[in-house]
Write a protein that binds this ligand. Structure first.
Ligand SMILES: *Cc1c(COP(=O)(O)O)cnc(C)c1O
Length: 381
């Protein structure tokens, strides 16, 4: 049975109430976030990074919602993602494939009218020979500080010496990626921008469009509009997450994970909870069990560290996260709110992705992209 079928069935059976665990995804908030990021991109147009299944939200529904809001440029990592996105958003949008083209993937580019991001001189030669029959224009990725993908300084010098002509190579966009923009101090981002400008000068500006900013970069555009260039590429902020602590983008949350309490029990002081008895309650406690675990993407690093929101009350995760279950200490929550079947918010409200990621020693990106498809999804537009 397809995911959608299961979701619909469960939804009908449960009516407005939740059953087990559920993931609510707010596509209207996603569209609002894109519109706000477009405003905050200053003079640039705003694209969207929707790789990794739109950071876990679902590429097709997210892509459609963004296209309907006016987004015309999408970034994914792999050609296979581009094929799926093309089906969802139709023929008019530009879809860039960040990881660049392998020869074996060229038929996919041709079929779905995909635009590669060229990351080295070998890919550039491959593209020059195939651009005409594929019919799209590529982006050229210039490395300004990641040492990961993109042309190096010396590659740019080589091209300059050869009298590089972007049109001849089927290139329409130059881009780079910020390594260290996710902090309040924009110094590193501005330094990378200077390198980016130098490299573009070498290649010749011509009619080339330019792109530099991820979400963190966009957060610096208000103070430094030279970072905006022509197209911005926010990802995480689209999904309602601030790119770093202290960032102040105008965003709405798009994801809520909730579950009903499976069981409530009174646990006397000194009793161990869960695998390994890794947590012992220090007082007579009320422990609730929730039907979510690391098998759902509620990662094990949230053991003893996660927290949930129960109608505005915060309750901690106690003991280890199991595959399918967690225990929370609800001793201090009003009993009326914590009965078998009561709803609990695992992601959302006071249990924000930012806080949970901090507690688990990771970043919100990892929590979002890891949410399992076992959890039934409900989209609202
Ligand atoms: C993922 C990605 C983005 C989006 O980054 P966020 O930090 O999620 O905004 C932009 N550009 C490139 C090249 C990326 O790989």
């Amino acid at each position: 049975m397809a995911d959608g079928t299961i979701s619909e069935t469960w939804d009908q059976q449960s009516g407005p109430d939740i059953v087990g665990a559920r993931l609510d995804i707010d596509l209207a908030a996603l569209a609002d976030n894109w519109r706000n990021l477009a405003k905050q991109s200053g003079p640039a147009t705003c694209g969207a990074a929707v790789k990794a299944d739109a950071y876990g939200l679902g590429m097709a529904p997210a892509g459609r919602a963004l296209a309907a809001a006016g987004c015309e440029t999408f970034f994914v990592s792999q050609a296979a993602e581009g094929l799926a996105l093309r089906q969802a958003v139709g023929p008019d949008c530009t879809i860039y494939i960040l990881n660049g083209p392998l020869e074996s993937a060229l038929p996919a580019y041709r079929q779905a009218h995909l635009s590669p991001v060229i990351n080295d001189l070998g890919q550039l030669a491959l593209w020059r020979d195939n651009a005409a029959t594929i019919g799209t224009r590529a982006a050229l990725h210039l490395d300004t500080g990641m040492q990961r993908l993109g042309l190096s300084n010396s590659d740019c010098a080589t091209l300059q010496a050869e009298g590089f002509n972007a049109a001849e190579y089927g290139i329409g966009l130059v881009m780079s990626h910020l390594a260290n923009a996710d902090q309040p101090d924009p110094t590193d981002a501005l330094a990378q921008n200077c390198l980016f400008e130098d490299q573009i000068d070498r290649l010749g500006r011509g009619a080339l469009k330019q792109s530099l900013c991820n979400s963190a970069g966009v957060s610096h555009c208000r103070q430094h509009d030279e970072l905006a260039h022509d197209i911005t590429r926010p990802g995480i902020a689209l999904y309602g997450v601030q790119p770093y602590r202290g960032a102040n983008l105008k965003l709405k949350s798009t994801v809520k994970l909730s579950a009903q309490i499976v069981q409530i029990r009174a646990v006397p002081a000194g009793c161990p909870i869960g695998y390994g008895g890794a947590h012992k309650v220090t007082r007579d406690s009320v422990i609730a069990t929730l039907p979510v675990g690391y098998g759902d993407g509620y990662i094990r690093a949230l053991s003893h560290a996660g927290l949930v929101d129960i109608d505005g009350h915060v309750a901690p995760v106690v003991g280890r996260v199991s595959m399918d279950l967690i225990s929370i200490d609800v001793t201090d929550v009003p009993p009326a709110l914590v009965q078998q079947g009561s709803p609990v918010t695992l992601i959302g409200g006071k249990a924000s992705l930012e806080i949970l990621a901090h507690q688990a020693g990771t970043i919100p990106y990892e929590l979002l992209t890891g949410l399992s498809h076992r959890i039934p999804r409900f989209y609202s537009a």
